[in-house]
Design a protein around this ligand. Structure first.
Ligand SMILES: C[S@@+](CC[C@H](N)C(=O)[O-])C[C@H]1O[C@@H](n2cnc3c(N)ncnc32)[C@H](O)[C@@H]1O
Length: 437
C-alpha cells in the first residue's frame, strides 16, 4: 500500500500511519511517499518493507555501501550527511521538549571529521562459510551471518588485519565457528586500531586451541599488529564477548591511544570512544565550555580509562574518577604516570554505590554514563550535594531527557551540543552543560 512517512523514529526508521496505528518503515525518511508491504513484527507492531519510493525526500542520496539495507547499523545512509546532522539535533530537541517545560536552544550538531571509515574498533563474527573462513555482519534484527571483506564505516586497517588472519586460518586449518553444528573454534575477532595505525587483535574462541603458529605468522603478515589476545566464550547467548579471562599471546599489554598528547592505555575489554578524531572534539569541547577553575574539585563518573579526567585535571585542583571495570582503572593509574597527572585519582566501583560513600564535596560533576543514563540514587546524590556545575555527556537522548527532568529542579541548562560520533547511523551523542540555579 501507499504510505506517507510523517516522522523518523528512535532507530532512524520512517513512521507512517495505517488504521491510526504506526507503521515502522526502515530506510524511509520523513516527507517521502513509499509503496510498502505491511507485516506484523515479533512485538505485534506494523513494519513496512519498501517496494518502491514513489516520492523521494529532497535529502535522499544514493547509499555508498553495498550492504545498505541488509545490516542494521548504517540506518541513515540514505540521507545526506547534512540532514543526518539535522536529524540528530532534532532528536535531542524532541526529548528536551518532551521532558522539560522550558524551550531549550540546541546547538547545531558538530560534524565528524570522517563521514566513513571512522570506527576504531570492530567486533565481528567469524564463521566457516562454504568451506572458507569469513568474517561478517548479521542481517538486521537476526543472527543470520552475512560475509563481508570490508565495511564502509570501519577504519580500513581493521578489516585488513581481519582478512590477513582469515587467510592464515584457512592455511593452518583453524576453523571458524559453525553455529549450526557447534563445531569450529574462532567465533569472533575483536580488533582495535590507534591513531598511528597500530592494532590490538583479540581472538574470541568457542573452545581453546593452540594459536602459536597463527600468531607468529600473523605478526609477520601484518606489521601493524602490536598486541594479540585470546579469550574463551562458549556461551551461545552471552553478548559480553570479552567478559571472560583475556590471555595475552603476543606483544604489548596495552594499545596506546594518544589524543592531544594525552596517552590512554587500552586492554581489549576497556571502553574507548569509537571515533578517534571525534573523541578529541568531544573532550576539547568539554574543556572549552567547562569553565574549570584552579581551585575546583571535580567528579568524573563513568570514567573508562580516564579520558575526560585526564583532559580536565591540568585546569583544576583535583579530579576523582569512578569506573566499574577494574582493568580500565589500573590502566588509568598507569597512564597517569606517563601523562604526569598527580591530581587525577581513579577509583574502581559502581557509581551508584560509590557516590554516597565518597564523603567528598565536588564543585563540578561530569557524567558519561552508558545508554541507561543515571540511576535514581545517582540523581538523588547530585541534587543533595548540589555541585556548582554539571556536565552530562550522553549517547542516548531518551534517558538524557528523563534525567534532565529531575536535574532541572535545581539546575539551569546553559548549553547543549550534539556531536556526531557515529556517522551514517541514528546513534546520537551530546554534551549538556548545566549550572546551579
Ligand atoms: C560511555 S562510557 C564513558 C567512558 C569515558 N568517559 C570515555 O569517554 O572514554 C561509560 C563507562 O561507564 C562504565 N560503567 C558502566 N556502568 C557503570 C557503573 N555502574 N559504575 C561505574 N562505571 C560504569 C563503563 O565500563 C564505561 O567505561
Amino acid at each position: 500500500m501507499k504510505l506517507e512517512i510523517l516522522k523518523v523514529g528512535n532507530d532512524g526508521e520512517g513512521i507512517g500511519y495505517y488504521n491510526n496505528r504506526p507503521v515502522f518503515v526502515y530506510y524511509a525518511y520523513k516527507g517521502e511517499i513509499v509503496d510498502v508491504n505491511i507485516t506484523k513484527n515479533k512485538r505485534g507492531a506494523y513494519e513496512g518493507t519498501i517496494n518502491k519510493i514513489i516520492k523521494p525526500s529532497l535529502h535522499r542520496v544514493e547509499p555508498k555501501c553495498p550492504f545498505y539495507g541488509k545490516v542494521g547499523t548504517t540506518n541513515l545512509m540514505h540521507i545526506s550527511y547534512e540532514e543526518q546532522l539535522r536529524y540528530k539535533k532534532d532528536f535531542v530537541k524532541f526529548h528536551f521538549d518532551k521532558n522539560l517545560k522550558e524551550d531549550i536552544l540546541i546547538e547545531d550538531t558538530i560534524k565528524s571529521p570522517n563521514e566513513f571509515e571512522y570506527r576504531n574498533k570492530i567486533t565481528v563474527p567469524v564463521r566457516l562459510y562454504k568451506g572458507k573462513n569469513k568474517m561478517g555482519l548479521y542481517l538486521r534484527n537476526t543472527n543470520i551471518f552475512f560475509p563481508i571483506r570490508h565495511y564502509i564505516i570501519h577504519q580500513p586497517e581493521l578489516d585488513e588485519a581481519a582478512n590477513d588472519a582469515l587467510l592464515l586460518m584457512d592455511k593452518l586449518n583453524i576453523e571458524g565457528y559453525d553455529d549450526q553444528k557447534r563445531s569450529g573454534y574462532v567465533k569472533n575477532f575483536s580488533i582495535r586500531v590507534n591513531e598511528k595505525g597500530e592494532i590490538q587483535f583479540t581472538f574470541v574462541l568457542d573452545k581453546d586451541i593452540d594459536l602459536t603458529k597463527l600468531v607468529s605468522e600473523l605478526v609477520i603478515a601484518n606489521k601493524n599488529i602490536v598486541s594479540i589476545y585470546k579469550t574463551i566464550n562458549d556461551s551461545r547467548t552471552n553478548r559480553d564477548l570479552l567478559g571472560g579471562k583475556l590471555i595475552k599471546l603476543y606483544g604489548e599489554k596495552y594499545l596506546k591511544m594518544t589524543l592531544n598528547h594525552n596517552v590512554f592505555l587500552l586492554t581489549p575489554d576497556s571502553f574507548f570512544q569509537i571515533n578517534t578524531k571525534q573523541a578529541e572534539t568531544l573532550f576539547n569541547t568539554i574543556i572549552k565550555y567547562g569553565n574549570f577553575k584552579a581551585d575546583e574539585v571535580v567528579l568524573d563518573a563513568y570514567s573508562g580509562v580516564g579520558t575526560i579526567g585526564t583532559y580536565i585535571s591540568p585546569f583544576v585542583k583535583e579530579v576523582v574518577a569512578i569506573e566499574i571495570v577494574s582493568k580500565a582503572v589500573e590502566a588509568n593509574i598507569e597512564a597517569n604516570k606517563i601523562n604526569l597527572r598527580t591530581n587525577l585519582i581513579p577509583l574502581v566501583g559502581d557509581v551508584v554505590e560509590m557516590v554516597s560513600k565518597l564523603n567528598r564535596k565536588f564543585d563540578v560533576m561530569v557524567f558519561d554514563p552508558p545508554r541507561e543514563g543515571l540511576k535514581e540514587e545517582v540523581l538523588k546524590f547530585i541534587l543533595k550535594q548540589a555541585p556548582k556545575r554539571i556536565i552530562y555527556t550522553s549517547c542516548n537522548p531518551e534517558t538524557l531527557g528523563t534525567d534532565l527532568k529531575v536535574l532541572t529542579k535545581k539546575y539551569k541548562i546553559d548549553k547543549v551540543i550534539p556531536l556526531d560520533m557515529f556517522p551514517q547511523t541514528s546513534h546520537t551523542e551530546s554534551i549538556t552543560f548545566m549550572s546551579r540555579k
